[in-house]
Design a protein around this ligand. Structure first.
Ligand SMILES: [Zn+2]
Length: 166
């Protein structure tokens, strides 16, 4: 079964509340690695050796979870298993993201971001909606995340996976 792992704290809450219904992933081969109809296992921080995480602040819980256990960071007594559940992929769309320097400003390092699919560039409303559907508060947060992780100075290919929780 394919897996999806999440580590970005900004989307932790919508993810564990199962309100997150979309993820955007880099496409490295010829095709997106997950296709429509696939059942996918969803993890918080799959590669970590920790099994449980604080439900409130997403910090790992390193000890054995027993009644009365508390998060060492925030004191919460609610934890989640790193295996968050399964989702069914309902749609896959390919996009490209790119960061371009704003024209006409020589002294400052101002950039804007472009998202395109096979039909053309997304308008501002579509970009904002995509960010919100992905669990980010703004498109700025979304672009900052992808630029940090993938360096968007060169156009980079991604797949938008839409899913429903099972
Ligand atoms: Zn905590």
């Amino acid at each position: 079964m394919p897996c999806l792992s999440f580590t970005e704290k900004k989307i932790f809450k919508p993810l564990i509340e199962r309100k997150k219904l979309q993820t955007i992933r880099a496409v490295n081969g010829d095709k997106p690695r997950i296709i429509k109809g696939d059942i996918v296992k969803v993890f918080w921080n799959q590669r970590s050796s920790n099994k449980f995480y604080c439900k409130k602040c997403s910090s790992p819980f390193k000890n054995t979870l027993i009644s009365g256990s508390r998060c060492e960071f925030c004191g919460s007594d609610e934890f989640i298993n790193k295996v968050l559940g399964k989702v069914k992929i309902t749609d896959v769309r390919e996009i490209w993201m790119k960061k371009v320097k704003t024209e006409g400003r020589k002294q400052t390092e101002d950039f804007r971001f472009i998202i395109k699919d096979k039909y053309g560039s997304f308008n501002m409303a579509q970009v904002e909606q995509l960010a919100i559907d992905d669990g980010f508060e703004t498109s700025y947060d979304m672009f900052e995340f992808f630029d940090t992780n993938y360096d968007l100075r060169k156009a980079k290919r991604f797949a938008i996976y839409n899913f429903q929780w099972m």
